[in-house]
Design a binder for this molecule. Structure first.
Ligand code: NAD
Ligand code: UDX
Length: 471
């Protein structure tokens, strides 16, 4: 029998759980939604009156939180209690790459999936639809099912528990999450319980047109998510490889992107050269594809996807080498302004950001970095650069191989030998380079890894300019 979902519990209040549930709450006022997390500090921040303290920055998110929080959207640490009253449970926990043991460095670590599935098995009541929202290896639904159906949890003769497991991967991109959730290209639901698929479809149908809600078997759904990310990342490595060739040949990568993107078979999106893709998903999900291929003996396929990651690392590292070469082969005690630390604009997320590797490389060469980012705080940068003992309140310039966070973009240029644009924040489009030219030590270089600067505007300035894919 088809049930009407009235109470949702989302386990995991991160970059996916928070925004996704906010959008569902905003579009389904008569569905009660509880987002739960073991991380109490994260929950406190979701409940903070000061909306600038929300743990996730996404344009448009704070407004929805303000509208729905305390009405049909609640954030809580009472995981067991909220599982008990839910008709549908979204699993949105982290699935990072395994650090040790079998499959280390490639396979997904499913320990958080397993832990929260056990919580669901132990605490749910009646029929519960369990929905995989996290990105997971193909066939994980079997793991979830066998835990849910294990005698450990169903041995009570009076138990009225039943479950079905659906796969409903999330395709949002950070920085545009709210728009992506409101206007998805498609909603994908994988499973074999027709009635439960219909129940979940009814939730999305509140704002997504029916023809965009598609259902497949559960394995296709799980693999589609990994494949989508692998394809997207592959396009970036492809255009980054061409960016290097452009720099050697005098071609302009933006002109090449435009020309090839107009071919409808190729399409214009995801053809922007940059410092290498970052973010918590692409590398992890490709590594997972590689692991699966190796597991199934598909070594040539594994090698193909491995080359996408190799090219990405090469692109990131070639930028440091290029900066070092242009600054006469030494960065020792040279000040370098770093514009942007997030892995892309409009997010406070730094996971796998190319900026981390590039800053580490520069520090290793002895540079002094003045780092600016409008949304990433100093504590996060210190964590990413492994400076556990770094005093984030320190504002004066340190010695060779150190960094400080600056709040004013122009402070980063004072006496700098170089500036590197690493994140495409809109405010970097409006920098007054004439003013900057007076602040930097000469000869000075600007390295634009996001192709934000129009070379023509630099013609009359005493600044050297390098732009990715243009030289
Ligand atoms: P995240 O690390 O921001 O959030 C995960 C949260 O789950 C954490 O707050 C953690 O404390 C919590 N958690 C872990 N185990 C728990 C448990 N047993 N009980 C309660 N809470 C628990 O991760 P994220 O970026 O939101 O990603 C979540 C999943 O979604 C991953 O599988 C990821 O691959 C996938 N995904 C992410 C994105 C993205 O852009 N970030 C997009 C699509 C899919
Ligand atoms: C990605 C997928 O896009 C999304 O569908 C999935 O659900 C999660 O993973 P995300 O990592 O949040 O989203 O951002 P995305 O816009 O894909 O950017 C990833 C990285 O690629 C960023 O570092 C970005 O700067 C870079 N990128 C993106 C490019 O260098 N060039 C491009 O043309 C596009």
């Amino acid at each position: 029998m088809k049930i009407k979902i009235k109470n949702i519990c989302c386990i995991g209040a991160g970059y996916v759980g928070g925004p996704t549930m906010a959008v569902i709450a905003d579009n389904c006022h008569n569905v009660e939604i509880n987002v739960v997390d073991l991380d109490r500090e994260r929950i406190d921040r979701w409940n903070s009156k000061d909306l600038s303290r929300l743990p996730v920055y996404e344009p448009g998110l704070a407004e929805i939180i303000e509208r729905r929080r305390g009405k049909n959207l609640n954030f809580s640490s009472s995981v067991e209690e909220k599982i008990k009253i839910a008709d549908a449970i979204f699993i949105s926990v982290n699935t990072p790459t395994k650090k040790k043991g079998l499959g280390a460095g490639k396979a997904s670590d499913l320990k958080w999936i397993e832990a929260c599935t056990r919580q669901v098995a132990a605490n749910s009541e009646g029929h519960t639809i369990v929905i995989e929202k996290s990105t997971i290896p193909v066939r994980t639904a079997n793991v979830i099912k066998s835990i849910l159906e294990s005698s450990e949890f169903l041995n009570d003769e009076n138990s009225n528990k039943t479950f079905s497991v659906l796969s409903n991967p999330e395709f949002l991109a950070e920085g545009t999450a709210i728009n992506d959730l409101l206007n998805p290209d498609r909603i994908l639901i994988g499973g074999d319980n027709y009635e439960d698929i219909e129940s979940l479809k009814d939730i999305y149908a509140n704002w997504v047109p029916n023809h965009l809600i598609i259902s497949t078997n559960v394995w296709s759904s799980e693999l589609s998510k990994l494949s989508a990310n692998a394809f997207l990342a592959q396009r970036i490595s492809s255009i980054n490889s061409i960016s290097a060739l452009c720099e050697k040949t005098g071609a302009d990568v933006e002109e090449v992107s435009l020309a090839i993107g107009l071919d409808t078979r190729i399409g214009s999106k995801f053809l922007k050269a940059g410092p290498g893709f970052g973010g918590s998903c692409f590398k992890k999900d490709i590594l997972n594809v590689i692991y699966l291929c190796e597991y199934f003996g598909l070594h040539e396929v594994a090698e193909f996807w491995e080359s996408v990651i190799k090219l990405n690392n090469w692109q990131t590292n070639r930028i440091t080498k290029l900066v070092t070469r242009k600054l006469f082969g030494t960065l020792s005690n040279k000040k370098i302004s770093i514009l942007g630390f997030a892995f892309k604009a409009n997010t406070n997320d730094t996971r796998e950001s190319a900026a981390i590797q590039i800053c580490k490389n520069l520090i290793n060469e002895g540079a002094i970095l003045l780092i600016h980012d409008p949304k990433v705080n100093g504590e996060q940068i210190a964590l990413d650069l492994n400076n556990e003992e770094f005093d984030i309140n320190k504002s004066e310039i340190g010695s060779e191989g150190t960094w400080i966070k600056v709040n004013d973009i122009y402070d980063s240029f004072v006496d700098s030998d170089a500036s590197i644009i690493l994140t495409e924040w809109e405010e970097y489009l409006n920098i007054n380079w004439d003013k900057v030219s007076n602040l930097m030590r000469k000869p000075a270089w600007v390295f634009d890894t996001r192709s934000m600067i129009d070379k023509k505007n630099f013609d009359n300035l005493d600044l050297n300019l390098w732009v990715v894919g243009k030289g």
